[in-house]
Ligand binder design. Structure first.
Ligand code: PLP
Length: 423
């Protein structure tokens, strides 16, 4: 039996000879696009690249409008503002997500309500959403986390019944689809991130999608210092621009034309990348189910196109000779020569989601201060996922071949066979 890499043995993958696919992916097309912007001198916002990208991204997501912004954090904040969410309103967010999802609500003086997730998809649990709704709830932000989709049928049903706005956080889901509808086209607004690790990237960046002309108009103004542009011919007759006066107080949340030009190229690559990632993930998951102590996440039958920001599975210590998950991840990382991580920290115990570190900003009243405290929420499923079950890889491990998947499976089996050496 071969020795574990953590114990000085030969790793399953020799990353020097056989490196993992690199990220980001680019070639002379990105180089040419950047050079064109450079020479055009139109480096800032509302340039030709941005216009082309907005049109292409709206078409890609199946929405009427898309807008480019600085990142996928301010997109969430402006989406809430466009929906009229403000001081004291409650916004329901999953407890397991990047801190930006909740911080966006915090930063507009709303109260983020942290709700637990389902154990087999790690996305917002619709049953718990119903329980969390109060007369102050104004909006829900489901996150399509990692490789899963939030249950949009149940979420939209409850939102429509209670008159709530839905903002889909699609930072992980570029190109994913639910019953044929693309992520970002199901709720009232979709929010995307193009930060370096994401499925398409300009280093930083974000986008908003919507099919509602009034929301589009507000979002367009909010991202651009409150300005409302003159209606152009294409938009005439849709009843947009001018319905709320010609200015809306806001700041600068714009994107440069360099980013937009890069994103047009990245969008061209995305469908092929998504397809390859899904082929490998499906192959891997079918075989993972046959190994001890590891469970694939549930793929909902209603997901008609998959997108994986992270590739994750569930670990069961009791079926893996009692080996703690932290030790398992270390061993897997050593065998494969890549990062193997836990899920996000639950937001009620997250080092980066800490409203109480900024009283001069958030202590508006004693009541508000109490309500924004993250620790008042109970998130047992998020806690279990983070502390006991989650095994997560960056999506690049899915960008190679079936042979890469076989190596990951081989590494899991090797760790199981040698688990005694690690306890
Ligand atoms: C679920 C989720 N929402 C929002 C964001 C924020 O995006 P950005 O980093 O572009 O601000 C991220 C970034 O990782 C994310 O993972």
């Amino acid at each position: 039996m071969s020795r574990l890499a953590l114990k000085g043995g030969t790793p399953v993958r020799n990353v020097r000879r056989n490196p993992w696919p690199r990220w980001p992916v680019w070639d002379e097309r990105e180089e040419k696009a950047l050079r064109e912007v450079l020479h055009s001198g139109v480096w800032s916002y509302n340039g030709p690249g941005e216009r082309r990208f907005n049109e292409a991204f709206a078409k890609f997501t199946g929405t009427k409008y898309a807008l480019s912004l600085a990142n996928g954090t301010v997109t969430l904040q402006l989406a809430l503002e466009a929906c009229g969410v403000g001081y004291g309103d409650e916004v329901i967010v999953p407890g397991l997500t990047w801190q930006a999802t909740a911080a966006a609500a915090l930063d507009i003086n709303a109260v983020p309500i942290l709700v637990d997730v389902t154990e087999d998809t790690w996305c917002l649990d619709p049953a718990k959403v119903e329980e969390a709704i109060t007369p102050r709830t104004k909006a829900l932000i489901p996150v399509h986390l990692y490789g899963s989709f939030a249950d949009m049928d149940a979420i939209m049903a409850v939102a429509r019944k209670r008159g709530l706005k839905v903002i889909e956080d699609c930072a992980h889901k570029h190109g994913g689809a639910w019953k044929g509808q693309k992520a970002g086209s199901i709720g009232d607004i979709g929010s995307f991130s193009f930060q370096l690790s994401k499925l398409m990237t300009a280093g930083e960046g974000g986008a908003l999608t919507t099919s509602d002309p009034l929301l589009y108009e507000r979002l367009d103004a909010l991202r651009n210092c409150g300005r409302r542009p003159e209606p152009d011919a294409a938009k005439k007759g849709e009843g947009i621009y001018g319905s709320e006066g010609n200015f809306l107080q806001s700041g600068n949340y714009r994107m440069t034309d360099f980013q937009a030009a890069l994103l047009l190229e990245q969008l061209r690559r995305l469908p092929r990348h998504n397809k390859n990632r899904d082929k490998n993930a499906q192959y891997f998951n079918a075989r993972l189910a046959q190994l001890p102590g590891a469970l694939p996440l549930r793929r909902d039958q209603r997901e008609t196109a998959e997108a994986y920001y992270n590739f994750s599975f569930r670990y069961k210590q009791e079926q893996f000779k009692g080996l703690p998950v932290t030790r398992f991840r270390e061993a897997l990382s050593a065998e494969l020569g890549c990062r193997v991580e836990a899920s996000y920290e639950p937001l009620n115990a997250c080092s980066l989601y800490a409203p109480y570190t900024k009283p001069w900003r958030y202590k508006l009243t004693a009541k508000h201060w109490r309500e924004i405290g993250a620790r008042r929420f109970n998130l047992p499923v998020c806690r279990r996922i983070h502390e006991e079950e989650s095994v997560c890889f960056h999506h690049t491990v899915l960008m190679g071949t079936q042979a890469d998947m076989d190596l990951i499976l081989e590494a899991i089996q090797k760790i199981y066979d040698n688990a005694e050496d690690l306890t």
